[in-house]
Design a protein around this ligand. Sequence first.
Ligand SMILES: *[C@@H]1O[C@H](CO)[C@@H](O)[C@H](O)[C@H]1NC(C)=O
Ligand SMILES: *[C@@H]1O[C@H](CO)[C@@H](O)[C@H](O)[C@H]1NC(C)=O
Ligand SMILES: *[C@@H]1O[C@H](CO)[C@@H](O)[C@H](O)[C@H]1NC(C)=O
Length: 372
Amino acid sequence: MRPKRADEEDHLDYFPPSPRKPWSMGLAKSVSTLVIFVAGAVLGMSMSSQFTRYCNSHSELFFPRMMYSANCDKECLGIGKFVRPAHLMHSMTDDELFWRASMAPRRDGYPFRRVPKVAFMFLTRGPLPFAPLWDRFFSGHQGLYSVYVHTLPDYKLNVSETSVFYGRQIPSEVVEWGTISLVDAEKRLLANALLDFSNQRFVLLSESCIPVFNFPTIYKYLINSVHSFVESYDEDGACGRGRYNHHMSPDIELSQWRKGSEWIEVDRELAIDIVADSKYYSLFRKYCKPACYSDEHYIPTYLYMFRGSFNANRSLTWVDWSRGGPHPARYGSSSITEGFIDSIRNNRTLCTYNYEPTSTFISLRESLHLVH
Ligand SMILES: *[C@@H]1O[C@H](CO)[C@@H](O)[C@H](O)[C@H]1NC(C)=O
Ligand SMILES: *[C@@H]1O[C@H](CO)[C@@H](O)[C@H](O)[C@H]1NC(C)=O
Ligand SMILES: *[C@@H]1O[C@H](CO)[C@@H](O)[C@H](O)[C@H]1NC(C)=O
């Protein structure tokens, strides 16, 4: 629960809930007549022969200079904080945040120097064991990335002021793995990152991800890609089509049902689409409950239905499911060797990049205890 905000209380003062009594209606009417009359009289006076003499003082009366020019250095509406909010903390509810984040300019170009950035969004319960590795990864590339961290609500990251994670926690809510609250957290990360208009690509990562390429390679790969990277495929059987609920028809048909990894990478337009959707999200909220997992189906299905041609349909995050079971394989420090990282970099699994054949995984999940 969020505390009630001051402005909500203010509304109560301005709009008293009890209806006005008839006599006050009468009073209100005569007041408005009076106001119209006064305005007319002033207009008449200013149009009189003494126009010039009265002019200054009257324009001062209706357009007081103080109101328009005072303290502009500090308080005036400007573009700086709008396109690049100074603080990550805010008091917006999810509804307010998603509404604001879903706004997109219709005008071409930017009225400020925009260097496109990659938003690295970390979804974690608490500590970030690879923080030192990520700090080294980002070092020297300020201005080309931004970092966002969603933790448990009262968890405070303990990092030094020089870390890229310092002050980068967003207002977070409880996440229960396997429920729609996981999708809520993903949308919350996307929405907070969208508030910075320079963010162009959005990567979702967990605390157990590490990068397998250096920053310039990843930046170039993402910024120049014409596709987003959300795994999205049709799977037969209990873990695929078996999770579809026929109540979703006709809005979502079985033939449109898709599955994919939770670890997504999207461009700004798709990020806005995801944050803006409430119709399909509501269907998942209502009808996709364990053993259906919204985090594996909602975004892959939604993008397949409306943005398929913008999607590469594959994830950039390499996860090893080869050992079976509900959790991916974990790698201890002994198995993380140069050869192992190379095998991920040069994995020959066929994929395309901007319609050309390539082979790339950008980050590796579930590789605990690498840095000690
Ligand atoms: C934060 O980290 C520092 C350095 O690792 C450590 O000395 C300190 O005890 C930690 N603080 C908390 C509250 O965990
Ligand atoms: C991904 O799948 C969609 C929908 O099937 C398709 O339109 C799109 O071309 C695919 N993307 C690539 C890069 O093949
Ligand atoms: C590529 O990755 C797949 C899936 O993890 C694995 O089975 C395969 O052996 C890898 N190929 C190479 C050449 O490393």
